[in-house]
Design a protein around this ligand. Structure first.
Ligand SMILES: *Cc1c(COP(=O)(O)O)cnc(C)c1O
Length: 220
């Protein structure tokens, strides 16, 4: 059995069955992705639109591609019809662009709102206080072409496990507040946890961990 499959199996066995283990294949080869595919893995995450599209073109069409990195508005057109879930919706301008493109193509695009939970990470992600007003304004009761599926966050890159747990717990609380809004009780994805912090994320009720280096080895 290949090393990436062994790694995947080991982590899969440690994570509760209802939690999606998203294999973050950024910077890794199509060959390694295929090894996991042949084992049965279908969900892969990339952080760059160009890489996602290039890999998607070379790999089986039943792979579910997740965009986990920052999305620029000028890349929306090329991405919309290929991506399964965008984890990084973080601005109104991006939302408007996505809605426009999805309407033009007459498709539905599924998104998570990326939320700022770490004081270090102020470049991307929506501030916590803006998330519920944003949802109330932009996702009408009868959802349109952009479908909200949940929230995503990244904890501080530190060794302090309690700090990490606190940040994940903040996101879980926000998730519960969103689910309490009428018409949003169905949202189901809380995307948090990476190689270094997934145990804390699972403890905080993550439903999707995004694991790269622990499956594929250090970034090449
Ligand atoms: C790279 C990346 C991951 C995976 O990180 P690892 O530490 O390699 O597991 C998860 N989420 C996002 C947003 C990433 O960019």
């Amino acid at each position: 059995m290949s090393i990436v499959v062994e790694n995947y199996r080991r982590i899969r066995a440690e994570i509760p069955p209802h939690v999606l283990l998203l294999a973050v294949s950024k910077t890794h080869t199509v060959q390694k992705i295929l090894e996991l595919y042949q084992y049965g893995v279908r969900d892969f995450g990339e952080n760059k639109v160009q890489d996602l599209l290039e890999k998607a073109a070379q790999l089986p069409s039943d792979i579910r591609w997740h965009l986990i990195g920052h999305l620029q508005r000028n890349k929306v057109k090329s991405l919309a019809s290929t991506v399964h879930l965008i984890h990084s919706l973080d601005s109104e301008r991006l939302f408007v662009e996505l809605a426009k493109e999805a309407k033009r193509l007459n498709i539905q695009v599924s998104v998570l709102i990326q939320v700022q939970i770490s004081p270090e990470d102020t470049k991307f992600g929506m501030p916590i206080a803006e998330v519920i007003p944003f949802i109330a304004t932009h996702f009408p009761a009868a959802q349109g072409h952009v479908q909200l599926k949940g929230l995503m966050g990244m904890a501080s890159f530190v060794s302090d496990k309690q700090l990490i747990a606190n940040e994940f717990n903040k996101l879980r609380e926000l998730f519960q507040r969103v689910k309490a809004i009428p018409d949003f009780s169905h949202i189901s994805i809380l995307s948090m946890g990476m190689s270094q912090d997934w145990p804390q994320a699972v403890q905080a009720e993550s439903t999707c961990v995004r694991i790269g280096s622990d499956i594929f080895g250090q970034r090449s």
